[in-house]
Design a protein around this ligand. Structure first.
Ligand SMILES: Nc1ncnc2c1ncn2[C@@H]1O[C@H](COP(=O)(O)OP(=O)(O)OP(=O)(O)O)[C@@H](O)[C@H]1O
Ligand SMILES: [Mg+2]
Length: 165
C-alpha cells in the first residue's frame, strides 16, 4: 500500500537522490488520545535530523493536524477506525510523513485544501493550510468511501549541505 503512495511521487531521478536512511511505521485506533502519541513519536523521530526545536514543534503540529482530521472527519469521531503513520528520513536530509486513514474520504480535495474551508461550520478550516505552510511539499490522495492519505515532505539541509551550497 505504501509503495503505491510513494510511487506517485518517486520518479527514478528522485530515487537516486533520495535513499531512505531510516523510517518508522505505526498504526493506532482513531481515539483522540492517540493524537499526542502520534505527534510525540514523529517529533522524537525527527529529532535525528539537523533541525531546531522550533522545527520539531512545527513537525508535531502538522502531524496533529493530519491525525486530528482522520479522527474528526475521516471517522466522524468513531474510535474504532485505523490510522497509519509512516515517517522516513532520506539521505539528503528530507523528512517524509504519511498519515493514512480508511474513513469516509474527501469528495473534493481541491476545495478541502482551500484556506478556511471546512465542512464543519464550527471549525476554522486551517489544518491543511498549516500543513502546506510548514512543509515543503504536501499531497492529498483521497477516495470517497475508501479513505485519505496525506503525504508531507520537508527538507532540512544539514550544516554540511549548506556549506557546500
Ligand atoms: N482525513 C480526512 N477525511 C475526510 N475529510 C477530511 C479529512 N481531512 C480533511 N478533510 C476535509 O477537509 C476539510 C478541511 O480540512 P482542514 O484540516 O483544513 O480544516 P478543518 O479540519 O475543517 O478545520 P481545522 O483543521 O482548522 O480544525 C475538512 O473540513 C474536511 O471536510
Ligand atoms: Mg483539520
Amino acid at each position: 500500500m505504501w509503495s503505491v503512495i510513494k510511487g506517485r511521487w518517486t520518479s527514478p531521478g528522485l530515487e537516486l537522490r533520495m535513499n531512505v536512511k531510516n523510517y518508522v511505521r505505526f498504526e493506532f485506533s482513531s481515539m483522540p488520545e492517540n493524537v499526542s502519541f502520534a505527534r510525540s513519536c514523529v517529533g522524537a523521530f525527527a529529532a535525528q535530523l539537523d533541525c531546531t526545536l522550533e522545527d520539531i514543534e512545527e513537525i508535531k503540529l502538522v502531524v496533529s493536524e493530519a491525525v486530528s482530521n482522520s479522527i474528526i472527519h475521516g471517522y466522524n469521531g468513531s474510535t474504532d477506525g485505523k490510522i497509519e503513520v509512516m515517517a522516513s528520513i532520506f539521505d539528503n536530509g528530507s523528512l517524509e510523513i504519511i498519515v493514512k486513514d480508511f474513513g469516509r474520504g474527501i469528495e473534493n480535495v481541491e476545495q478541502a485544501m482551500e484556506p478556511t474551508y471546512s465542512s464543519d461550520s464550527s471549525r476554522m478550516g486551517l489544518g491543511f493550510t498549516f500543513m502546506r505552510s510548514f512543509m515543503d511539499e504536501m499531497d492529498v490522495i483521497s477516495e470517497p468511501g475508501q479513505g485519505t492519505s496525506v503525504r508531507m515532505l520537508r527538507f532540512f539541509p544539514s550544516q554540511n549541505h549548506q556549506a557546500m551550497a
